[in-house]
Design a protein around this ligand. Structure first.
Ligand SMILES: Nc1ncnc2c1ncn2[C@@H]1O[C@H](COP(=O)(O)O)[C@@H](OP(=O)(O)O)[C@H]1O
Ligand SMILES: [Mg+2]
Length: 265
């Protein structure tokens, strides 16, 4: 696998698909359909999926590709694959809250090793470099020429005063009870995979997800967080969250900065 090429292609495809998503976001009206699992999908999800899938297949014809919007084709017997959520946080998109992202990741032997998370409405772009270090790109986000790439690092967390980030649209009592085990300085909410990126930049220390997600929701954010010195573990036994599981369904998990003292479930 040519990591340099992959990073370049993932970044460019996320920007191209992001433009398409923002074009639809800017319309007065867009149709919202319901998928078989009752989650909403829009023309933006489908258009972004087409751009990213076509681009990845052209650049990496031999690498398996899993995307949220092509769920019917999901089956896997390889240990290297690309996994895409073209629009994570569809609810945020529909309610025009801005917290939605495009996500592309490479998984190798169960580990998300490279990823791009782009939040077009926020103008925030995060990705792992080919050497694994995560960066946030600022500036014009030109498709051909990357701008200023600042390495990002998780916070040196103070366990007496943690900053917690949790889902905007999926929040329940079990999550609140788990957060209550920690000494919390402040809490914030965010939609989609941006939560991983907030931990990756040091804007938050802890992101507990005691709710369902799929691997395409988390792989890119997980890669960005790991490349910034953080980690993601299962909530039930605090072992690393792995990829390529049955149905691509994740267990509950905890994403965290480097020296957070994790509490058991
Ligand atoms: N019951 C469920 N089963 C599977 N995934 C779910 C789910 N409820 C929410 N999700 C996932 O959580 C994501 C939203 O996360 P958040 O609440 O952190 O913004 C959704 O992504 P999509 O918007 O891409 O569908 C969806 O995939
Ligand atoms: Mg998603």
């Amino acid at each position: 696998m040519d990591y340099e090429k992959l990073v370049t292609v993932m970044r460019r495809l996320s920007l191209e698909a992001g433009d398409k998503i923002m074009e639809i976001y800017g319309r007065d009206d867009f149709e919202v359909k319901s998928k078989s699992d009752d989650s909403p999908v829009t023309a933006a999800d489908e258009a972004a999926d087409a751009i990213i899938s076509t681009g990845l297949r052209a650049a990496f014809p031999d690498v398996a590709l899993i995307t949220e919007e092509q769920a019917a084709t999901h089956s896997l017997d390889v240990d290297t694959f690309l996994i895409v959520d073209p629009l994570d946080g569809t609810k945020e998109f529909i309610h025009r809250r801005g917290d939605f992202t495009l996500n592309i990741a490479l998984v190798e032997k169960g580990v998300p090793t490279l990823g791009v998370v782009y939040a077009p409405a926020k103008g925030r772009m995060f990705f792992t470099r080919a050497d694994g270090q995560s960066v946030e790109e600022t500036g014009a986000l030109d498709k051909d020429t990357p701008g200023d790439l600042s390495p990002i690092h998780v916070a040196k967390s103070d366990n007496a005063a943690l900053m917690v980030v949790a889902s905007k649209s999926h929040r329940d009592e079990q999550t609140d009870d788990y957060i209550a085990k920690y000494k919390v300085r402040d809490m914030t909410s965010a939609g989609s995979s941006l939560k991983f990126c907030l931990v990756a930049t040091g804007e938050a220390d802890l992101y507990p997800r005691l709710g369902r997600t799929m691997e395409w929701d988390t792989a890119a954010g997980h890669a960005v967080l790991c490349g910034a010195g953080g980690a993601v573990v299962r909530h039930d036994d605090l072992t690393p969250l792995t990829y390529g599981k049955a149905d691509f369904a994740n267990p509950f998990f905890i994403a965290h900065a480097a020296n957070v003292e994790l509490k058991p479930a």
